[in-house]
Design a binder for this molecule. Structure first.
Ligand code: PEP
Ligand code: MN
Length: 689
């Protein structure tokens, strides 16, 4: 209905005015950034994460007072800050390389408009102060030749994907062509199914996409056995075909942007097998650039080792001796020389640094071929990550639960383990988990948090995922208060078969969505080996519940996946039995086990279980694995949970897991022990102190 409605027209006019003001504000901001860039040409640090954090915190507060959602404000301003940082970096690079600066640039990519390479190019060159003309090419080689011959200023070349791995052709071309690397770009690839209209999947008969994209969506496609799947030269071309044919039974797998570009509708989002799917692109130019040392850089080299024993090890040792952190090592067959290899190495550091120059000189002593591809601002390392606003747990000056972006550090002193403990360990039914095998504490990264380090990791969420609203509300409060991981049961081990059994995979999808929305990693329990792989694709941590601590088939399966396992202590298990259960997981290959003390059964009935806090120091003596504490299932009553949470941290636990619920009286499981949000907030404020 488009009937004239003066009130609506007026409101639309108001929106237009506000949008205009936003654009004016952004333009004004950009002018100020450019002025700041001029100052930074001579002085100061380029990227100040602490300042960014402060800024975000202030904006989130301001937003909250004005009734705006914290996550919304964070998302918008992160994009704005990222743009500013990029713009400043580009200014600095231009300043050092005056010949680079141009009013108009020609950037080549492989594929057609709307393809992922095109999106990566736009993302990379968007902040540049220049007119950019983007040109699609048929092949990688054609585009690199265009750069080599000066017909293009830059080419954007996909080099690796976090699901599908290295793109061999790109590596082989970089060794052969005389070009340089001057940048990198990371693009999150979110495959969507696009069709002419919002149709049910059963109506689709044919699906087109690039073979790589099809490879990344095999599980989704398996569920569509009634469809014919066809390869296309690129994802955008597949989308264009669907538009051109105007056939309702056709669909394409491509990006959301491609849908917008070709007027299609997204009928399914996030259909890739892996929830985290990123492609890394390198930016290729004819000449290398010099990068200001204040910008965190990566350097790429291609080398062939001499035919000498231990040659590769010697090369890597040179980098290690110069404290150059390796971020990528790839080998490819050496053309015309069977059984010899070319190695591609990326490390953190820039050619303007003396230690890098020295390392390259020494590398040359062990190589028969060494080509330096260039140094460029890094987009994948810790320093390139976006800042986070500080949690709103209370009036505090510094974040009590920092994002813990730091790389795991080697502790300066090893934990003091008594000689007699080591002796005792020799008689235990476990080896790999024992301190005798590894003295140092094991540390695992879960999202941005590091488990097993000096800072406690806070895990919170409902006992069971009950609804979208419920889990989103929990995720929001966990994020807002600075928690690190979201928990939520999907498959529930219930004493009675008539009790709520969990929503299974439907819950998992909701938990995944909540985790994604609030940028929180998720942990959930698996009860059956058959579910493990499917759950592990979506969950960041797999919980093995108390009742399953000695389910040996499940333990073995957990040993075969590459995901941290949170192993709860069985309610009737001794510490040795618990560690022997952990040993099963390690013995089958997976060394990422987090122990979780959750109370044991004793003669005491006042609490649901007896929280054995003394297990914390004992376990820390016996094993290098991290240990966290779940006071909720031990207490069984919410009123005692805050005190026991603090006690657990005081006892030295590496983290805690607590159950929360927006309305505990309505919880479908474990309501009596769940903290409501106010109590949770107070608890978080207390542990922050
Ligand atoms: C849970 O964490 O929801 C749970 C069922 O815990 P436990 O296995 O410790 O009883
Ligand atoms: Mn529970």
């Amino acid at each position: 209905m488009y009937a004239m409605n003066p009130a609506l027209d007026e409101l639309r006019g108001a929106l237009d005015r506000i949008d205009g003001q936003i654009v004016d504000g952004l333009a004004e901001r950009e002018r100020v950034i450019d002025q700041i860039s001029s100052l930074k040409l001579t002085e100061g640090r380029l990227r100040d994460t602490a300042r960014e954090e402060e800024l975000l915190t202030r904006l989130v507060d301001l937003g909250r007072q004005a009734g705006l959602d914290a996550q919304y404000v964070t998302r918008l301003f992160r994009e704005i800050l990222d743009h500013s940082v990029r713009r400043q970096q580009e200014r600095l690079v231009d300043d050092r390389n005056p010949s680079r600066y141009k009013n108009a640039l020609r950037v080549f990519y492989q594929g057609t408009e709307g393809a992922y390479s095109h999106l990566a190019a736009c993302r990379h060159f968007g902040p540049r102060q220049a007119e950019v003309e983007y040109c699609g090419c048929n092949t990688f080689e054609e585009m690199l030749d265009a750069v080599g011959e000066g017909r293009a200023d830059y080419a954007v070349l996909p080099i690796e994907n976090t699901t599908a791995g290295s793109i061999n052709e790109a590596y082989d071309l970089l060794a052969r062509k005389s070009v340089a690397l001057v940048g990198e770009e990371i693009l999150e690839v979110d495959h969507c199914l696009l069709a002419l209209e919002d149709l049910p999947l059963s109506r689709i008969r044919r699906i087109y996409s690039h073979p790589k994209a099809l490879d990344q969506c095999t599980e989704f496609l398996r569920g569509l056995s009634h469809c014919q799947v066809e390869s296309y030269a690129d994802t955008a071309m597949a989308a264009r075909k669907v538009r051109d044919d105007q056939d309702l039974s056709q669909a394409a797998i491509a990006s959301e942007q491609a849908a917008r570009l070709y007027g299609l509708t997204v009928i399914r989002r996030g259909i890739a097998n892996n929830k985290e799917n990123f492609t890394r692109f390198v930016v290729v130019a004819r000449e290398p650039v010099q990068v200001d040392p204040r910008i965190a850089c990566k350097t790429s080299v291609v080398l062939a080792t001499r035919h000498e024993e231990g040659a590769l090890l010697k090369c890597l040792s040179v980098l290690h001796a110069h404290q150059l952190n390796l971020t990528k090592l790839e080998s490819r067959p050496r053309p015309q020389t069977p059984w010899e290899y070319i190695f591609y190495i990326d490390f953190e550091g820039s050619l303007v640094e003396p230690r890098v120059q020295d390392a390259l000189l020494r590398l040359a002593a062990h190589t028969s071929f060494l080509k330096v591809l260039g140094s460029y601002p890094a987009r994948t390392t810790g320093g390139a990550r976006p800042a986070e606003p500080r949690p709103a747990a209370g009036p505090m000056t510094a974040s009590p639960f920092p994002a813990q972006d730091a790389v795991p550090t080697e502790p300066e002193t090893l934990p003091t383990t008594h000689a007699d403990v080591l002796k005792e360990l020799e008689r235990k039914p476990y080896k790999l988990v024992a301190r005798t095998t590894r003295m140092q504490d094991s540390q695992f990264r879960i999202g941005r948090a590091l488990v097993g380090g000096d800072r406690p990791v806070i895990i919170a969420g409902p006992c069971s995922v009950e609804s979208r609203e419920q889990i989103l509300a929990c995720a929001r409060i966990v994020k807002e208060l600075g928690g690190h991981v979201l928990r939520g049961g999907c498959f529930k081990p219930r004493t009675s078969p008539y009790a709520f059994q969990g929503l299974g995979y439907e819950a998992l999808d909701l938990l995944e969505e909540a985790g994604k929305t609030f940028e929180l990693p998720i942990v959930t329990e698996v009860m059956h080996p058959a579910d493990l792989q499917a759950v592990a694709r979506k969950a960041d941590v797999i919980q093995l519940g108390a009742r399953n601590m000695q389910n040996f088939s499940l333990l073995k399966e957990c040993g075969r996946i590459d995901r941290p396992i949170m192993l709860k202590r069985g309610m009737m298990a001794s510490i040795d039995e618990w560690l022997a259960a952990a040993e099963y997981i390690l013995a089958h290959g997976n060394h990422q086990v987090i122990l979780c003390e959750r109370g044991i059964r004793t003669f005491e009935t006042a609490t649901r279980n007896t929280l054995d806090l003394s297990a914390v120091p004992v376990v820390k003596e016996l094993t290098h694995l991290p240990i966290i504490v779940d006071p909720s299932h031990a207490c069984g009553v919410w009123r005692w949970v805050p005190e026991m949470t603090k006690a657990a941290l005081a006892a030295g636990a590496h983290g805690v897991m607590v159950e929360i619920h927006p309305d505990p009286s309505k919880a479908l499981s474990d309501g009596p022990q769940a903290l409501d949000f106010e109590v949770f907030r107070r608890l978080m404020q207390q542990i922050a102190r």
